[in-house]
Ligand binder design. Structure first.
Ligand code: PLP
Length: 441
């Protein structure tokens, strides 16, 4: 049986199109990767536009990562964080603590982004109970935010299409307007006016629920899977000020934006002037080579829920592969490559060019919007008039499939989210490769 036949018969993939299950004839079979390129089973070479799933920071085929991982497997292929400590998690945690803002000095490792978000939310639940505030149950988040696929992380995810048919913790979760002017039917006189509206909405929601009943606010600095929504200037900082003024925990979900995607190890403080209580990360931490995620939490937060304050409590949350030494080895090597090849500086240099070149596509009638920052961007296609747009959405992934199959012929993998081409290429992308990517698109 061919790989495709076996796939159709035996595999269920994330976000499978169920009406057409078992009838796939377009998902590419990828067999090899090198640098920014991936190759399908026909030998077609393509720039990896989405960079795997926003995670291939240092690019494919890294012998250094392979060597470090192989050495680690032979040295110590597994170690459990439930009862032992491995030196690699210690080194990685120290490096992360040095790069996170403020006093976010304590790191909890998980298996990926969803488990990082889930674990952070569970830590907040434990904290409010230890602090004697059991009523503090509500969570504030945003429309179009994406935080994962476990029960709790999916519950705080605001993408309409993703939450229709599976249960979530709806009673606890409150969605605020996505901070993206492009999606606003209401016109605002300026970016500042739109930001004022968003902040007023946040204040009103806090007043309605009562600040003493709200556990946390969770937000991606730039909403990734929701369509690379760059918030209005000052929005993140103003949200943080409001949230902190009301004694609510601020979680920055940096699963996409950390590890160089925006030209910095973490984006919260450097780019948005925010010092969260908790930052979640995953994806780029290992350059996608092995599963790993986690969060960094502030010393101040932990001081309130440890020592004498925590009588009779433990943090009963963790995973068989928490702080796996082999994953940590991949992360340390990826980190070394980012430093050695000055990839943060590279993103700060090439990122603006990448954005500017993509913006030239605005001249095309089909293109409705181009937005982004650093090495993350979205090119959004117009869906025409409302009626036409609805019809296209009804056809589900049809428009995306069209764009994808054409681009693949021109040497670019796009895999659009319906009508939005998400771009999150490996950070090593050169100016020449930016030109190739944009001309293919
Ligand atoms: N948080 C954000 C911001 C994400 O974009 C994602 C995945 O795309 C997740 C969490 C979930 O991460 P994972 O797929 O590793 O569970």
């Amino acid at each position: 049986m061919s790989v495709r036949d076996t796939f159709n018969k035996h595999l269920l993939h994330p976000w499978s199109d169920l009406p057409n299950l078992g009838e796939d004839d377009s998902t590419p079979v990828i067999v090899r990767g090198e640098g920014v390129y991936i190759y399908d089973d026909n030998g077609q070479r393509m720039i990896d536009g989405p960079g795997g799933m926003w995670c291939m920071q240092t690019g494919y085929g890294r012998q250094e990562i392979a060597d470090r991982v192989a050495t680690q497997i032979v040295e110590l292929g597994y170690s459990t964080a439930f009862s032992t400590i491995n030196p690699l998690e210690a080194e990685l945690a120290q490096r992360i603590a040095e790069k996170t803002p403020g006093d976010l000095n304590r790191v909890f490792f998980t298996t990926g982004g969803s488990t990082a978000v889930d674990s952070a939310l569970r830590l907040c639940q434990l904290a409010r109970n230890i602090r004697g505030e059991p009523q503090r149950k509500h969570i504030l988040c945003r429309d179009k935010g994406y935080h994962g696929s476990t029960y709790l992380s999916a519950s705080v995810t605001g993408k309409e299409r993703d939450k229709t048919a599976m249960d979530t913790a709806v009673d606890l979760v409150h969605f605020l307007t996505a901070p993206c002017a492009f999606y606003q039917e209401q016109e605002f006189a300026s970016e500042e006016a739109f930001c004022d509206f968003l902040i007023a909405e946040l204040e009103a929601k806090i007043a309605e629920l009562g600040p003493e009943n709200i556990m946390c606010f969770i937000a991606e600095p730039i909403l990734g899977s929701g369509g690379v929504l760059v918030p209005p200037k000052g929005y993140n900082r103003r949200c943080w000020e409001v949230v902190k003024r009301h004694g609510i925990t601020y979680i920055a979900d940096e699963v996409v934006t950390a590890f160089g995607r925006l030209g910095h190890w973490f984006a919260s403080e450097t780019l948005f002037d925010v010092v969260p209580d908790i930052i979640t990360f995953a994806k780029g931490v290992t350059s996608g080579y092995l599963p790993l995620g986690g969060y960094a939490v502030s010393d101040a937060f932990m001081a309130e829920i440890s020592g004498d304050n925590a009588e009779g409590n433990c943090y009963s949350n963790g995973f068989t592969w928490s702080a796996n030494p082999v994953s940590c080895a991949a992360a340390l090597e990826s980190w070394d490559i980012i430093e050695r090849e000055q990839l943060l500086e590279h993103v700060r240099d090439v990122g603006p060019y990448f954005q500017a070149q993509l913006r030239t596509l605005m001249d095309l009638p089909l293109v409705a919007d181009v937005r982004g920052m650093g090495m993350m961007a979205a090119v959004e296609m117009s869906l025409g008039s409302d009626a036409e747009g609805e019809a296209l959405l009804e056809q589900d992934y049809h428009l995306g499939d069209l764009i994808d199959s054409h681009c693949r012929e021109f040497g670019l993998l796009v895999r659009p989210l319906i009508n939005v081409c998400i771009m999150s290429p490996p950070l090593i992308l050169t100016r020449e490769q930016v030109d190739d990517l944009v001309s293919a698109l």
